[in-house]
Write a protein that binds this ligand. Structure first.
Ligand code: NDP
Ligand code: OXD
Length: 313
């Protein structure tokens, strides 16, 4: 009998187990607290797995990641090196991320910080925001999330640029890759980070990079980071928001989560913080996606969205 083990932290493991049991008749669904022989486990579904999660799972066929980002999972000291890791890729998750990105970008294009400050000062000063077409949005990462974001930003009228590791051709979007980063930054007013966290992208959002952004938007260039806190150097963001190198920052992710109470970011009126909620992995979508993968794989089909361990995403 096919066996699926759930090993979830910080989410409702019992709820996911019930939903998997309904969706996968004939599959034995186990939780980490159940007693079982680990050699019988075929698939493990994980979110923030504890140190012992993979102990004894010698017959595992695949590791299924509730997270779209697998940076932390790939660092797990006992993740089996030779087993495929399948990450969550889903239209619902993508739409939620695009909702976050477009809301933040539009707020900044409309000079939200400037008008909030005027309101606080009861100051009536008419300043017309640029049209979306006059505002250039640069998206770092043109994968599942970045590709959807650039298309929807384009539909909203923005001038849209994209940067990825390998060259890409996307209709109506000017794309840059690899070493063309500086050229991309020099044309960008609002920078959106949708990169995976890898050794190459760690700390990429730093002061030196912020200084390369175009200074056309009133108040200064803006960053939006919805990817991972490890991409950003928070002391640099605080400095840049304070000295005008950046006009504003929308941050959904942080170097330490939850963001510590003494972080200076909390107090800045041009920092827009959310607690890692840009896009959740929804239970309906997740159970449907991974159940289909298990059924298909048991029927002999290949696993989709397998992480390339060498690249780290
Ligand atoms: P994908 O793997 O589909 O896409 C990654 C993109 O980043 C690719 O275009 C890739 O380039 C590019 N990239 C990777 N490394 C580099 C590099 N060194 N230089 C330039 N470009 C690079 O990822 P997703 O779009 O699915 O997700 C992105 C991230 O979003 C996840 O890893 C996760 O951390 C985060 N996330 C955050 C959520 C939240 O709620 N805040 C929710 C979900 C995800 P190439 O195309 O050439 O390979
Ligand atoms: C993810 C996340 O990677 O929620 O899916 O951050």
């Amino acid at each position: 009998m096919t066996t699926l083990l759930l090993h979830l932290s910080d989410v409702d493991e019992a709820g996911w187990a019930r939903r998997y049991a309904d969706a996968l008749p004939g599959v034995r669904v186990l939780r980490q607290t159940d007693s079982f022989d680990p050699v019988t486990v075929d698939y493990i579904f994980v979110w923030k797995p504890k140190a012992n999660a993979f102990d004894g799972l010698t017959n595992l066929k695949a590791v299924l990641s509730l997270g779209a980002g697998v940076d932390a999972l790939l660092k797990h000291p006992s993740l089996p090196a030779d087993r495929p890791v399948v990450r969550f890729v889903d239209a619902d998750l993508t739409q939620r991320m695009t909702d976050y990105v477009t809301s933040q970008v539009t707020f900044h294009q409309r000079l939200g910080t400037r008008f909030q400050r005027d309101q606080a000062a009861r100051s009536w000063k008419q300043l017309y925001p640029p049209a979306s077409s006059e505002t250039s949005v640069g998206v770092m990462g043109l994968g599942e999330l970045g590709t959807d974001a650039v298309h929807k930003l384009k539909v909203l009228g923005f001038t849209v640029l994209g940067w990825s590791r390998s060259p890409k051709s996307i209709e109506d979007i000017e794309t840059f890759s690899g070493e063309a980063l500086d050229a991309f930054l020099g044309r960008t007013d609002i920078l959106v980070c949708l990169l995976p966290l890898t050794p190459e992208t760690t700390g990429i959002l730093n002061y030196e990079l912020f200084r390369k952004l175009r200074r056309k938007l009133d108040g200064g260039p803006v960053i939006v980071n919805a990817a991972r806190g490890g991409h950003q150097v928070e002391t640099d963001i605080v400095r840049a928001l304070g000295d005008g190198t950046l006009g504003a920052a929308s941050l959904d992710v942080f170097q330490t989560e939850p963001l510590p109470a003494d972080s200076p970011l909390w107090r800045l009126d041009n920092a827009y913080l959310t607690p890692h909620i840009a896009a959740i992995s929804n239970i309906d979508a997740g159970v449907s996606y991974f159940s289909r993968i298990i059924r298909d794989h048991e029927a002999g089909k290949p696993l989709p969205n397998v992480v390339d361990r060498g690249r780290g995403y």
